[in-house]
Design a protein around this ligand. Structure first.
Ligand SMILES: CCCCCCC[C@H](O)CC(=O)SCCNC(=O)CCNC(=O)[C@H](O)C(C)(C)COP(=O)([O-])OP(=O)([O-])OC[C@H]1O[C@@H](n2cnc3c(N)ncnc32)[C@H](O)[C@@H]1OP(=O)([O-])[O-]
Ligand SMILES: NC(=O)c1ccc[n+]([C@@H]2O[C@H](COP(=O)([O-])OP(=O)(O)OC[C@H]3O[C@@H](n4cnc5c(N)ncnc54)[C@H](O)[C@@H]3O)[C@@H](O)[C@H]2O)c1
Length: 712
């Protein structure tokens, strides 16, 4: 809907009304066009202000309509409405409060002037939905800002703060006061003045030198940002159109590109990610606890125990969310170093105090333990915390895989113990797994989920099992990658296949970055390698299953990855980031295969993808079957926001649905037959049941999962 009223005798104020974000639904488009026509035909109206009702200007096109062509086509089209706004013979001023995003900013660009509140932000984020600004934005923005600045905004989709938008010339004026009132006053002052040069559709794009070279470079850059994603490339093409074609021809190009993107699987996957991100906030547990019936106790003070890699990032994330934090570390040099690092990241003190004594956690509403991954050390800390902390305080661990319930047992408040699994670097990565054990109370989950939101995280409630959801699924993926090396692949081949699929980094580069020694330590604790393994045990079998000792052998050679300058790749020096192929590794693998009687065979990229991804997906089905994740959407949110799964492929479970469940099942059957000693390739029963029930769409999987015991 759009409200229409006349103020100050001559100004028509059109206000978009569609809470919560004033999206441009069919009803809004209808109302907007009628209002614009009313303003055009009313002789008393001499100027127009367009604003958003109750705060935000406009969050863009209604994304919920995108999956449904009949919805999209009902009501007037945005391009047509924006043309009538631009063509109006009376000055039109956009009064932007909150945000003007996507179609919202495109509307503002069709206006003759743009007024912004100093706290507002603007942007064209369509690219992250697998689209481009398809209602004139790709053509009008370059005409206003020039190609360089416009292309940056359109290809990154970033939100631009009002101050920067003013500098760029995207906003004409800012106000700290009432934006609509200021816009109305300005509109009156502009009444009767010529508008021709205010219409962006009439303006040529500011000239650019070496246009061909510029756009070639831009394409390479866009390709590198999100491999295999079509939208960034289409954005570059559309902006090139703005730079080289007359406005109407550019609009035709924009339309053609948009139509192709809109119906693509990539846009469908990106849209799915948009909703899974938000859907994760509506958590449920099998015991019936729900996000909307559970009150969370507010958390305003926190303590972080252990200031290594993770503890520092967690401290920063909590402080940035406005909590006052006490950071505790027993090693003096670590404490000093952490204090400097945290202050640097926070650009000052930021409400953090430091201590070497656990007693400092006594007053905190929440404690996050981030000490070494060692059960005995953690148990001791939880025992102490149980007596030190005030009665209502929540006790969280950042463990990557240890049993939350065992830690809860060390305390007198098991219902207040949970896992807060942050990802490195904790102040940057969006994902937070909120892990509840069998005794964690719903109020504890609610408080953690609310805190996650305050930190700007995508928080996903998961159950307690080794590795929780993300790391549990990663294990079979890594395992298949090792097996492929044994069978003849190289790290370069495996990584290239995964990077072409869209991961920012292949599995071996990733492992070099995070350090091979981490997994080695875990395998030692699990008794898979190290002194506990007797010499008579076959090297490539553990507990009746195929096992690859390659990672262990690498660590024994001191090859921990980037930190030692050598891992699966070679680096110029310890800590360097550019990975180079290492001839040593090739001979190491050849010798290894020879020693174990393994014949190297030719492995293609398809096999790499199927073996690694299907094994991971198969574990995802097991996670659903066990009730450790509440939905496939939650699993996908974890992979997209925590593990670099490409957004334009939706997440592993969405990808499985897109490939076809029957095809995934067939692939797993084939590979399991070839490798019967690898149980992760054995299709799980939920996948079989889903295929047997005709492969229902992903939002209906829960009906097949239902009835199965859950551990959440
Ligand atoms: C060939 C065809 C041509 C078509 C032409 C199209 C042209 C155009 O270029 C395309 C677009 O504009 S593409 C669009 C470009 N625009 C964007 O990409 C902006 C996307 N939106 C955002 O980035 C954030 O929502 C805001 C920053 C706006 C607010 O953040 P916040 O305050 O943290 O709030 P929150 O929690 O995030 O959302 C609250 C609720 O609103 C819901 N919802 C939100 N936007 C929606 C929308 N556009 N629509 C519908 N719903 C939308 C959201 O799902 C949630 O619902 P729930 O049921 O409660 O879960
Ligand atoms: N590094 C990662 O990528 C990552 C990711 C997610 C979760 N985790 C988990 O986070 C936890 C911490 O990992 P990290 O990589 O930051 O380890 P780290 O070795 O970098 O840091 C651990 C810190 O804890 C301190 N410490 C040990 N005992 C202590 C005690 N009793 N009181 C106070 N401080 C103590 C140590 O001095 C050290 O500074 C582990 O459980 C790990 O599994 C790590």
């Amino acid at each position: 809907m759009a409200q229409y009223r006349i103020v100050s005798g001559s100004v028509a104020v059109i206000s978009i009304q569609n809470p919560p974000v004033n999206a441009l639904s069919a009803a809004v488009r209808e109302g907007l066009l009628l209002s614009v026509r009313a303003a055009a035909s009313d002789p008393l109206v001499r100027s127009v202000v367009i604003s958003g009702h109750n705060g935000p200007f406009c969050g863009g096109a209604d994304i919920k309509e995108f999956g449904n062509v009949s919805h999209l086509e009902s009501g007037p089209h945005l391009v047509e409405i924006f043309e009538s706004v631009e063509a109006l013979a009376k000055p039109v001023v956009a009064a932007i409060e909150g945000f003007a995003l996507g179609g919202g900013l495109e509307l503002a660009l069709a206006c003759h002037y743009r007024f912004g509140h100093s706290e507002a932000r603007v942007g064209l984020p369509e690219v992250s939905l697998g689209l481009l600004p398809g209602a004139g934005g790709s053509q009008r923005l370059p005409r206003l800002l020039g190609v360089r600045a416009a292309l940056d905004m359109i290809v990154t989709g970033r939100h631009v703060a009002a101050g920067e938008a003013l500098k760029l010339g995207l906003l004409d004026r800012l106000t700290d006061g009432n934006t609509v009132d200021a816009a109305v006053r300005f509109a009156q002052s502009a009444e009767g003045k010529p508008l021709d040069d205010r219409r962006l559709g009439n303006r040529p794009c500011p000239p650019l030198e070496n246009i061909d070279a510029f756009f070639e470079e831009a394409l390479i850059h866009a390709r590198g940002r999100a491999r295999g994603a079509a939208a960034p490339l289409a954005c570059v093409q559309a902006v090139r159109g703005a730079a080289t074609l007359p406005f109407l021809k550019g609009m035709e190009l924009e339309k053609r590109l948009m139509e192709t993107l809109m119906t693509s699987g990539q846009a469908q996957a990106s849209r799915y990610c948009f909703f899974t991100e938000r859907g994760a906030a509506r958590w449920t547990t099998p015991t019936g606890a729900r996000w909307d019936t559970c009150r969370a106790r507010p958390i305003s003070t926190a303590a972080v125990i252990g200031l290594g890699t993770m503890g520092r990032g967690i401290t920063v994330a909590l402080a940035r969310a406005g909590l006052s934090v006490v950071a505790v570390e027993t090693q003096e040099h670590q404490l000093d170093e952490a204090q400097r690092a945290v202050s640097r990241m926070l650009k000052g003190g930021g409400g953090v105090s430091y201590s070497a004594d656990l007693q400092a956690a006594a007053g905190a509403d929440l404690v996050v333990e981030a000490v070494f991954e060692d059960m005995a050390v953690k148990e001791e800390i939880f025992k102490q915390l149980s007596s030190v902390c005030k009665p209502g305080a929540l006790l969280a661990t950042n463990t990557s895989s240890l049993d939350i319930d065992r830690l809860a047992s060390c305390t007198l408040r098991p219902e207040q113990v949970l896992g807060l699994h942050f990802f490195a670097p904790a102040h940057v990565m969006r994902l937070l797994e909120v892990v509840s054990g069998p005794r964690t109370s719903p109020q504890t989950v609610a408080a953690a989920m609310q805190l996650g939101r305050r930190m700007g995280k995508v928080s996903v409630a998961v159950g307690n099992c080794p590795g929780f959801v993300g790391n549990r699924m990663l294990k079979p993926y890594l395992e298949q990658a090792y097996f492929l090396l044994e069978e003849g692949a190289s790290p370069e081949l495996v990584d290239a296949a995964l990077e072409e699929f869209g991961f920012p980094m292949g599995v071996f580069k990733m492992s070099d970055l995070s350090g091979l020694d981490i997994g080695w330590r875990v395998r030692k604790e699990e008794g898979l390698t190290g002194p506990g393994v007797t010499a008579d045990q076959p090297m490539r079998t553990r507990r009746g299953r195929r096992y690859s000792p390659l990672g262990d052998l690498m660590c024994e050679e001191g090859r921990y990855g980037q930190k030692t300058g050598r891992g699966w790749y070679l680096y110029d020096r310890p800590g360097a980031r550019v990975a180079r192929s290492d001839p040593w590794l090739r001979s190491f693998l050849e010798e290894y295969r020879e020693r174990h009687g393994l014949l190297a065979r030719r492995i293609d990229q398809q096999e790499v993808l199927e073996r690694c991804l299907y094994a991971l997906i198969n574990e995802g089905f097991r996670v659903l079957e066990d009730g450790v994740a509440a939905s496939p959407q939650n699993i996908d949110a974890i992979y997209v926001f925590g593990y670099g799964w490409p957004k334009h492929r939706g997440g592993p479970m969405f990808y499985a649905a897109q490939v076809g469940l029957a095809r995934v099942l067939e692939g797993l059957e084939k590979y399991h037959k070839a490798h019967p000693d690898s149980p992760h390739l054995q299709p799980c029963s939920l996948l079989r049941r889903l295929v047997a029930s005709g492969s229902p769409p992903i939002h209906k999987w829960s009906e097949v999962v239902k009835g199965h015991r859950s551990q959440l």
